[in-house]
Design a protein around this ligand. Structure first.
Ligand SMILES: [Zn+2]
Length: 198
């Protein structure tokens, strides 16, 4: 049986998403056929505006509705500490702890030679101009505790070294090999408090 074109097209779109195989793509598509049109329109609207109504902050590269983002433009945040992370979701996780009062820098990935991702594919170099205004005293390397995250932390530490700025790494206690975004708030809070010189 040949599937109607709109059905086939949606299945193909779902299949392109990470973690969704052909079976799940089919199930989601046929589920949506039963959903009221109004809800589908809202879904389509949310998809359509996802990228149109968001920008990357020109300072920290976090995803935001405004540039600069609310964290960078918040006068009460401590601009002398920059916490570097791989993904916007990591910012969300660290913000939830309520422990961290500094600012961020989001790389949008990690160095991964196996996947052909080098420093130039990420927003790593944009960190350097931020460190040269004399205001920054510490950079916290909060990349994930896995191979790519460690490689990225090492690369960044090397870049910063000549500037004489203190570099710290999140304390262990974070599960090795796991992503920051999945760590619970208590573990993350402790990891920030116990950060060590890198
Ligand atoms: Zn920002």
């Amino acid at each position: 049986m040949r599937l109607p074109t709109p059905v086939r097209k949606l299945i193909e779109s779902f299949e392109k998403l990470p973690g969704i195989g052909p079976k799940t793509a089919q199930r989601l598509t046929f589920y949506l056929l039963h959903v009221p049109q109004k809800q589908l329109d809202e879904f389509a609207e949310a998809l359509g505006t996802l990228k149109k109504n968001t920008v990357l902050c020109s300072i920290c590269f976090n995803v935001s509705e405004k540039d600069p983002c609310p964290i960078c433009s918040n006068q009460s945040r401590d601009k002398s500490i920059i916490c570097v992370v791989e993904q916007p979701l990591d910012v969300l996780a660290l913000e939830k702890t309520g422990e961290y009062k500094g600012v961020y820098h989001v790389f949008h990935g990690a160095i991964s030679p196996l996947s052909n991702i080098g420093p130039d594919e990420l927003h790593i170099r944009e960190l350097l101009p931020r460190l040269k205004n004399g205001e920054v005293e510490e950079v916290i390397l909060a990349t994930n505790p896995n191979m790519e995250g460690e490689a990225t932390a090492m690369y960044v530490a090397k870049l910063i070294k000549p500037l004489g700025i203190k570099v710290t790494r999140l304390a262990h206690g974070l599960p090795v090999g796991a992503d920051l975004e999945y760590a619970d708030e208590v573990t993350l809070s402790r990891a920030i408090e116990g950060r060590r010189k890198y």
